[in-house]
Design a protein around this ligand. Structure first.
Ligand SMILES: Nc1ncnc2c1ncn2[C@@H]1O[C@H](COP(=O)(O)OP(=O)(O)OP(=O)(O)O)[C@@H](O)[C@H]1O
Ligand SMILES: [Mg+2]
Length: 334
């Protein structure tokens, strides 16, 4: 499914605490500072981050607590969209997402659709949702397509931060995503659950003709380099996990051409991530005055920059392959 010309990416893993939210927020914010290719020209990226996780960590990272409390109390969150959808009569319109959309950081081309803990109640009610012309997994698609954009700005990228589960709300995001990225830790259990998520997304794509979602890559996040530098035993352990993981991937997940399943860019574990979170901002918008922290921020931001470049390259390369496939089909027709 397509939302205008936006490239839609979900960050998902069934495991908790693996860096989904941190990756979704930092990739979205880093992208929002970029210029991206548009035909022969470039244009500023414009990003919409959608927090699908009732834990609301992405919303809380980007909004000050007091601001978020007001938003949540007034139900200016995705809860409003889903609860209204369940309650409304057939002849009433679904809500305009503009009512809940916020621009959390001044000067950054990044908008947010905040989440709420109240979404937990909605998950169960959605199971019984029935409208003969709309399925429970297409509510978000419908609302996004009807998004009235007063500034006439079209999003170049839509990013979903997904919860560590595959409930109906997550399926709303995956159904309209073009790609999914799986952040994972590099440890003895890293591939546990990975087969499940890839299998479930694959099934969704097979069963739902309009769903085009495909794996863009697996991202090693929170990589603990201190352990490897300080301790030789850990270094060996890391290498053996990496080898084991790679063997598992090649057996269980289809590689696309010669592209590696794992992103070359890795995100190291760094205290600076938590410090930026505590200031309610993505790393790119965190400006510490302490020279040591400033250096740490710059070094860590380089990792997000490298990841975003790799994501954009992968997307470009897949688009080119698709285009050349279409051209070949055209040639065969003549
Ligand atoms: N690169 C990093 N360095 C240090 N700490 C990190 C890093 N990335 C994430 N963290 C911390 O790890 C914790 C879990 O990260 P995050 O919330 O992104 O994971 P998640 O997969 O979204 O978790 P959940 O499944 O609960 O939604 C957070 O406290 C975050 O601050
Ligand atoms: Mg999260």
């Amino acid at each position: 499914m397509k939302i205008g010309n936006a490239t839609v990416i979900s960050f998902i893993n069934l495991k908790g605490g693996v860096g989904k939210t941190t990756s979704a927020v930092n990739v979205a914010a880093t992208l929002a500072r970029r210029r991206i290719r548009s035909g022969w020209k470039t244009k500023p990226a414009s990003v919409l981050l959608i927090d699908l996780d009732p834990q609301s960590n992405a919303s809380l990272t980007l909004l000050k607590k007091e601001h978020y409390k007001v938003i949540d109390n007034e139900d200016k969150t995705l809860y409003k969209l889903f609860s209204n959808e369940i309650l409304r009569n057939d002849d009433e319109e679904s809500i305009d997402i503009n009512e809940i959309r916020v621009s959390p950081i001044e000067g950054l081309n990044l908008d947010l659709l905040p989440s709420s803990l109240k979404l937990i109640e909605i998950q169960d009610k959605l199971v019984e949702y029935s409208r003969y012309y709309l399925s429970s997994t297409d509510i978000l698609f419908n609302a996004l397509n009807k998004l009235k954009n007063p500034e006439n700005k079209a999003y170049t990228h839509i990013i979903f931060d997904c919860p560590p589960s595959l409930g109906l709300i997550t399926l709303n995001g995956l159904s309209l995503s073009r790609y999914f990225i799986v952040p994972t830790l590099l440890d003895a259990y890293s591939y546990w659950g990975l087969d499940k998520i890839v299998e479930c997304v694959d099934r969704l794509r097979r069963c739902k003709a309009s769903c085009l979602v495909e794996l863009l890559g697996v991202l090693y996040s929170k990589v603990d380099t201190r352990a490897t530098i300080e301790n030789n035993k850990w270094d060996k352990e890391f290498q053996s996990w990496e080898k084991e993981f790679d063997e598992w991937l090649s057996k269980n997940i289809r590689r696309r051409g010669d592209e590696s399943i794992i992103f070359n860019s890795r995100i190291k574990s760094s205290d600076i991530v938590r410090k930026a979170e505590a200031e309610n901002c993505p790393l790119i918008e965190y400006y510490p005055t302490d020279p040591h922290l400033k250096k740490q921020q710059q070094e860590h931001q380089q990792e997000w920059e490298a990841l975003v470049s790799e994501i954009l390259e992968r997307i470009d390369s897949r688009n080119n392959k698709r285009r050349s496939k279409i051209d070949q089909t055209d040639l065969q027709l003549f």
